[in-house]
Design a protein around this ligand. Sequence first.
Ligand SMILES: [Zn+2]
Length: 441
Amino acid sequence: MAMRHLASVSPGAGRGRLSALTGVCSKSGYLRMTTAVCRLCAAELTETFVDLGMSPLCESYLPAERLDSAETFYPLHVRLCSSCLLVQLPAYVPGEDIFSDYAYFSSYSDSWVAHAKRYADTMAEQLGLGPDSLVTEVASNDGYLLQHFVARGIPVLGVEPAANIAEVARSRGIRTENEFLGAETGAALAAKHGRADLVAGNNVYAHVPDLVGFTAGLAALVKPEGLVTLEFPHLLRLIERRQYDTIYHEHYQYLSLLTAQRALATAGLVVVDVEELSTHGGSLRVHARHGAAAGETSSNVKSVLEAEAEAGLHTVEGHKGFAEAVFDIKRDLLDFLLTARAEGKRVVGYGAPGKGNTLLNHCGIRADLLEYTVDRSPHKQGMFLPGTHIPIHAPERIAQDRPDYVLVLPWNLRTELSAQLAYVREWGGRLVFPIPDLEVV
Ligand SMILES: [Zn+2]
């Protein structure tokens, strides 16, 4: 697997890229982690954005029989490149170790599936897609998005790195290739299936350690006059709304529009439009085309860049102060949980998302402060959270136990979950949201 990862580095990237790879660890342990260098511009990384200490991989849920075994913890030390301003987590863990066997099934979130349908409907109309078109999605998961194109009779191709999830997609009739996208795989897939009118990458651009190779793959997959859309959490919102729990090992970079433009430019792709979305706490959806077909850039691009510049995101200095905000969240949450415990109140969690594990591990919260959490995904029920070993039950458990407080871990689904959990009030229970400020409602 490691060889394939190396092979997907674009040949033109030069020595800087290769030395960046010496910072990647392999299955056999760490290779020389000397100085970290920027994966986009190869400058040495000397600035810290925030250092959350050591944490296990956030999706490595544990079965009961592994609770007594050792767990591997990796650094969550996020850097800022003082040259190109890319906020990034060095690839302490290679993508293959995280995404080859993945527990996240997109279709278990109602609001995410609805979001995908809106996107599919809009793009099909706007681009006039039909039976002769091709829509390719990178990191297509279980087909949660492509199913909406299939329903409209539009041919699709899913590219999904996790074999177990690719299999689920195929069983649902979604043509899916089990691959990691890089420069070579992009070209090979395009040769085999044709280039696409629309290449979608929802919630994947932040997840690729080989950002340059992945971007080359995107450029290879899309037709010369085609469109690429990428959705990723917006760094501006992460900072503004203090969403530090979205920092975990799967998220290799935390993008602004400026740094996304710089990354796309490495493969000749130009951002022509951008939409601001409410998903994942505030995301951007960039529309990019090959330079020759780019045409005019929308005014949205200018206004988002201006908002970023105003917030300080276009300077090194403007990124300071985030670490202090993170400490405030930790202090408030621990304060709440310790007080609840002292008062003999029962506190349980709702949801077992990756972001919950960053928060719980960083704050050192275990089953002594949070009895258990619940999750709708049957793949997680009966398992334990990594690091903290908090048990995961089915959601029905909350109604049976009638706890005093329910700590909601996927705060990005606040509206959906507030409605779903309204029954907690029947016995006087309350919901607790830890971010951006601790709120008990
Ligand atoms: Zn850089």
